[in-house]
Write a protein that binds this ligand. Structure first.
Ligand SMILES: [Zn+2]
Ligand SMILES: [Zn+2]
Length: 407
């Protein structure tokens, strides 16, 4: 996204973060770093840093609109990010923090719950709110769409390992900011969860991958939308051009052929030419399809594990005679109750419905009718298979789909 042209605040903030990042990284790699005005750093770099970054022993970097004297500009343009990535290596792919923000219990939990939980076919009641601890995994992914054009997107997933909630993107961003705070002084003790804290275990890999595989495509599709629309438009235009050109040639050859008497050798030649034009058109059309075929790959970038005290809401769901207790956490960093995940699609869209048998909380489409026999069924209960006629029916997954994944 381009920075807001009418406000320099976000730009300055981004520069400040970049400068902090560079200063922290260089110090960690053994460089002597000093801030200089305006918005710059003076760096005395050890030989390894000099080699990897391609800089001299003494260098000056500038991050703002005005550079300090004899400073090089450092920003997200150019190849600086690649150079820093080379210096960083595999470090920083995984981070772990315990935070204990001072936050009072949420006021008026009933109202808060009513705002967050909207059920179309069931009632619910708050049973109680208790202090608890939980672990979050904040996962960052880079998705690349490659065809005649290439586009990169960054996706964030935030998972509460105790409740299984997936946080909305804005919540993940707000929580990730907590990692930008300076690390506590190693001599100081950071917050520690109490010994009897009932922390959820780290999920095993298959469980995590299963959720990620469900959660990424519906979040990726809207990001890819404009890219795919542009692609289809260019593809359509090129197809038309190709057709127009070959059609004219073909028609011309046929016109000449038909003007000649049957059995004439010249007529035969014109007919062969028309056929060759049609063949060439089909081959060019294949080339074009290959050129516009889109490959989408998703690559894991980093994981932040965050341990946090929360307030846990126990909610009783009722549908007909059945009852189920759902647990949702109120998150003190963002001061919000985390929405429940759709137990089929991993979406966090509202409203929700509750299924008859297991009281799964799902999006309405997950309780839709079978496309073959029209019997309505819960996709979370019966995977993708209609219990009556056995027809497989997955919810429509927008465009493309993830064709290759690298974790
Ligand atoms: Zn169900
Ligand atoms: Zn069916």
């Amino acid at each position: 996204m381009l920075p807001d042209a009418f406000s320099s605040a976000p730009v300055a903030q981004a520069q400040g973060r970049m400068q902090n990042f560079v200063a922290t990284l260089l110090r960690q790699e053994g460089a002597l770093v000093e801030a200089i005005e305006p918005d710059g750093l003076e760096v005395l770099a050890p030989p390894t840093v000099q080699r990897v970054l391609g800089i001299g022993e003494l260098s000056r970097f500038g991050f703002g609109a005005t550079l300090p004297p004899s400073a090089q500009r450092v920003g997200i343009e150019g190849d600086w990010l690649e150079r820093f990535a080379a210096l960083l290596g595999p470090q920083g792919r995984f981070a772990r923090r315990v935070l204990s923000p001072a936050a009072k219990a949420p006021g008026d939990p009933e109202r808060m719950l009513e705002r967050e939980l909207v059920l179309d076919n069931a009632t619910f009641r708050l049973l109680g709110v208790t202090p608890a601890w939980t672990r979050y995994l904040l996962l960052d992914f880079r998705a690349s769409a490659v065809s005649d054009d290439k586009r990169d997107f960054i996706l964030h997933l935030g998972i509460n390992l105790a409740t299984g909630s997936l946080l909305p993107e804005a919540m993940v961003a707000a929580m990730a900011l907590a990692f930008d705070d300076p690390l506590p002084d190693p001599s100081e003790e950071g917050p520690v969860p109490p010994e009897d804290a009932d922390l959820p275990a780290i999920w095993d890999r298959p469980r995590l991958l299963e959720l990620v595989a469900r959660a990424l495509p519906p979040r990726l599709d809207p990001m890819l939308g404009p890219f795919v629309t542009g692609l289809r438009r260019r593809f359509g235009r090129d197809q038309e051009r190709l057709h127009g050109y070959h059609n004219d040639l073909h028609r011309e050859a046929m016109r000449r052929a038909l003007a000649l008497p049957e059995g004439d050798a010249r007529r035969r030649r014109e007919e062969d030419r028309a056929e060759a034009i049609a063949r060439e058109y089909r081959a060019k059309l294949d080339d074009l399809s290959r050129q516009y075929a889109t490959r989408i790959s998703v690559e894991w970038i980093q994981t932040l594990e965050l341990t946090l005290p929360v307030h846990r809401f126990a909610v009783s769901l009722r549908r007909r005679k059945a009852e189920r207790v759902l647990r949702l956490d109120w998150n003190p960093l963002i001061r919000r109750l985390e929405p429940p995940i759709c137990e089929y699609s991993a979406s966090i869209d509202r409203p929700r419905m509750v299924c008859d048998d297991a009281l799964h909380v799902v999006v309405p489409a997950a309780l839709g009718p079978c496309p073959a026999c029209a019997r309505a069924f819960c996709r979370a209960c019966h995977a993708h298979r209609c219990p009556k006629c056995g027809t497989t029916d997955q919810l429509q997954r927008g465009i493309a789909g993830v064709t290759q994944s690298v974790w």
